[in-house]
Design a protein around this ligand. Structure first.
Ligand code: GLN
Length: 553
């Protein structure tokens, strides 16, 4: 095969604007190269000065993704893992915060004695060092680096300079992602923004090898010709990547339009596509339209769908696996607080899901949704906060412990069903201090959780500070709540459920490990329960629903 001694990198940049799917294209390229039998990994540069994403607001930045190794990273890592079907390490995320913190530590230690510490060469050398170490430590054939932000931003300028320098001593293929707007009734594709953006890219010393265009419609010949001219490229190197309905089809699209072969050539690689790998991916991602399922997701960040990307994807993977066409009804939790008759808002749901979250807003609306699900026997899945609220709802309405709450929402609550963990009580720093990363759990046989996973030893990722309060275990179990999973030492409650109908809550975030080629067993079990429920005698379910409404009056 190829010469292993030569390092190969792909650098993906955006010269025009962000938010046009650079992460998706990057993930698709890594997947596409994996079909060629190559060992490939993605790395992400983010210029912000936060150390990691843990302290960012999901409504502004999208969901915080958590890796096995406790890293709180950009949501692009979720896309990478879902495509590559591989768990990645936090060392692949390089932020301005991490770099500046390392530079200052080194300076104080005296590593740079005698010199002025500067962005060039100290920062840029550190970046190149990290990139090369990642390549070697992982024994990679190709390392793809996605540069966050847009060319011209102050924040990512030193990352881009480091990549220019890397290209002086290693093989680097630069890919610029751009957007082609369409104007007027005839939808003429305009390339002027791209022409100007290319100028700013070349100004920092980078000549792209490929330009990938994002547009609503297929890239026209005229536009292609123009871009090629301004980019010093052959028309062949301008790659069209128009919008697709199913994001998992992008690798296939990039293979079919000839890009994969051109990229292999540019990387000086000559292996062939392994068709069985490619077919496995196509099988796992092609949707066969089945019965439509309506899943109500009741949360507080529904305004920005990116806040719940992993939930949306996990539901879609489970839907594809179970041949159901999952439609998500995003419901703002506060809406269910304000509604007189919240039950009728949920009446068309075949399943109800309450995802993770922090803080007080919308909590009572989520609890209303859980009451509805339990009473109407609509399948319920509670994720992290959704499990905590499931326990609180059960305590209030079944065990009749009025004043049941979490100390997160009411520090004087009479019954603190959910309480701060002892290990968390005296922590004042916010960054990276939650219960994070992958934790083992033991499931109890003959429970919904055990049936879903098909085994008693599992591991899922976590991100929270509060826990089920063991002082209430006996009371809630006496009223019929099942504790179906605990931490390996038995000290922490990990899964709870009710079996009169289907209700399951987990303190973990199983959505973070769900991938098209390995859908989350818990989401599959939930979707199957929802399918069963939607197929059950409509009169039966209607009477259950009416009954539930009746009770409220
Ligand atoms: N706010 C809750 C806690 O910190 C739940 C967190 C979550 O849902 N990720 O425990």
């Amino acid at each position: 095969m190829h010469d292993k001694t030569e390092e190969r990198y792909i650098v993906v940049l955006g010269s025009l604007l962000s938010g046009i799917g650079k992460g998706l294209v990057s993930a698709s390229i890594t997947k596409m190269l994996s079909f060629y039998g190559l060992n490939v990994a993605p790395m992400k540069f983010d210029g912000y000065l936060n150390y990691d994403c843990g302290t960012m607001n999901p409504l502004k930045h999208g969901e915080v993704f958590v890796l096995d190794d406790k890293s709180e990273v950009d949501m692009d890592f979720g896309t990478y893992e879902r495509f590559l079907n591989k768990s990645l390490s936090g060392s692949l995320s390089l932020t301005g915060g991490k770099l500046f913190s390392e530079i200052i530590t080194k300076e104080r230690r005296g590593d740079y004695l005698g010199s002025d510490v500067q962005i060039i060469p100290h920062m840029t050398n550190l970046i190149v060092e990290r990139v090369r170490k990642t390549y070697k430590d992982n024994n990679l054939d190709v390392l793809l680096i996605e540069v966050g932000g847009t060319v011209g931003d102050i924040e990512n300028s030193y990352f881009i300079e480091a990549m220019r320098e890397l290209a002086l001593t290693a093989k680097v293929v630069f890919i610029d992602i751009t957007y082609i707007p369409e104007l007027g009734v005839v939808g003429e594709q305009k390339t002027k923004p791209t022409q100007l953006a290319l100028r700013s890219l070349m100004q920092v010393g980078i000549q792209p090898d490929f330009i990938i265009t994002r547009s609503d419609k297929k890239l026209g010949d005229k536009a292609r010709n123009k871009i090629a001219l301004f980019a010093n490229l052959k028309e062949d190197n301008i790659i069209d990547n128009k919008d697709v309905d199913n994001i998992y089809e992008v690798p296939e699209h990039l293979i079919k339009n000839g890009f994969s072969g051109k990229l292999m050539h540019a990387l000086d690689l000559d292996s062939e596509i392994d068709n069985s790998k490619f077919q496995k991916w196509k099988d796992a991602t092609s949707k066969s339209p089945g019965s439509r399922l309506n899943i109500a997701v009741v949360g507080k960040y529904v305004d920005l769908k990116d806040s719940y990307t992993s939930i949306r994807e996990a539901l879609s993977h489970a839907g594809t696996a179970s041949r159901a066409d999952v439609f998500i009804d995003w419901i703002e939790a506060e809406e269910l607080e304000a509604l007189e008759d919240f039950r009728s808002r949920l009446n068309s749901a075949d399943g109800v899901l309450v995802p993770g979250g922090f803080g007080n807003r919308g909590i009572e609306g989520m609890i209303n949704a859980i009451t509805y699900a339990r009473e109407s026997k609509t399948p319920y899945l509670g994720i992290c906060l959704g499990m905590q609220l499931m326990a609180i709802e059960f305590a209030r309405n079944v065990a009749l412990l009025s004043g049941a709450n979490s100390s997160e929402f009411d520090s004087n609550a009479k019954h603190k069903i959910i309480d701060i963990m002892d290990s968390q009580r005296f922590i004042s720093e916010k960054g990276g201090t939650m219960r994070l990363g992958s934790w083992d759990a033991i499931l109890k046989p003959s429970t919904l959780a055990f049936e879903a996973y098909g085994t008693s030893n599992i591991a899922e990722r976590h991100r929270h500070r509060y826990e089920f309060n063991n002082a209430y275990k006996d009371t809630l179990q006496a009223h019929g709540l099942t504790i179906s999973g605990t931490s390996a030492d038995g000290m922490l409650v990990e899964f709870i459920e009710w079996r009169d109908g289907y209700g399951i809550g987990t303190q973990a975030h199983p959505e973070l490990k769900s991938r098209p080629e390995a859908p989350s067993p818990l989401f599959v079990s939930f979707i199957e329960a929802a399918i069963k429920r939607s197929k059950s005698d409509p009169n039966d379910s209607l009477s259950v629903r009416q009954n539930a409404q009746h009770k409220q009056q």
